[in-house]
Design a protein around this ligand. Structure first.
Ligand SMILES: [Cu+2]
Length: 136
């Protein structure tokens, strides 16, 4: 039991170590940061037998450093296609199943920018398929 605890603590500390390495790598200004986002889908059935589903960006929230050019890589996994725009910018695109859509962006102002899929924007449209880019 004591051994298990020690192993757990060591694994936890190594996890923290890896996290630090990750942050240092991502913070390098001369390297292009690529942020990967996929399209996914959740399905379930309510108690009265109604099937409901929602399309999502995954991850639903990403963090981008202000003033740094980053590449957003969207890969279509679930759903035929997802036309989208990024609020507060002129960025528009479309993500199709099995295809990767790459977009280079730079945000010069801090804030929260929403990635809105126009096909699944609301609950009625099997959404909300809205992601959040946090620029800090
Ligand atoms: Cu969509």
């Amino acid at each position: 039991m004591k051994k298990m605890l020690i192993v757990t603590v060591v694994c936890f500390m190594m996890g923290i170590q890896f996290l630090n390495v990750e942050e240092v790598t991502a913070a390098k200004k001369d390297e292009k940061l690529v942020i990967h986002i996929i399209t996914t889908e959740f399905e379930t059935e309510t108690d009265d037998g109604k099937e409901i589903e929602v399309y999502r960006w995954d991850p639903g929230t990403v963090f981008v450093p202000k003033g740094q050019e980053v590449t957003l890589s969207f890969f279509g996994v679930k759903g035929k296609e997802h036309p989208f725009y990024i609020e507060g910018t002129d960025v528009k695109g479309n993500v199709k199943k099995g295809e990767e859509t790459m977009i280079n962006v730079r945000f010069d102002k801090t804030g929260i920018y929403r990635i809105v899929c126009t096909a699944h924007e609301t609950i009625d449209q099997n959404g909300p398929m809205i992601g959040y880019i946090v620029v800090k």
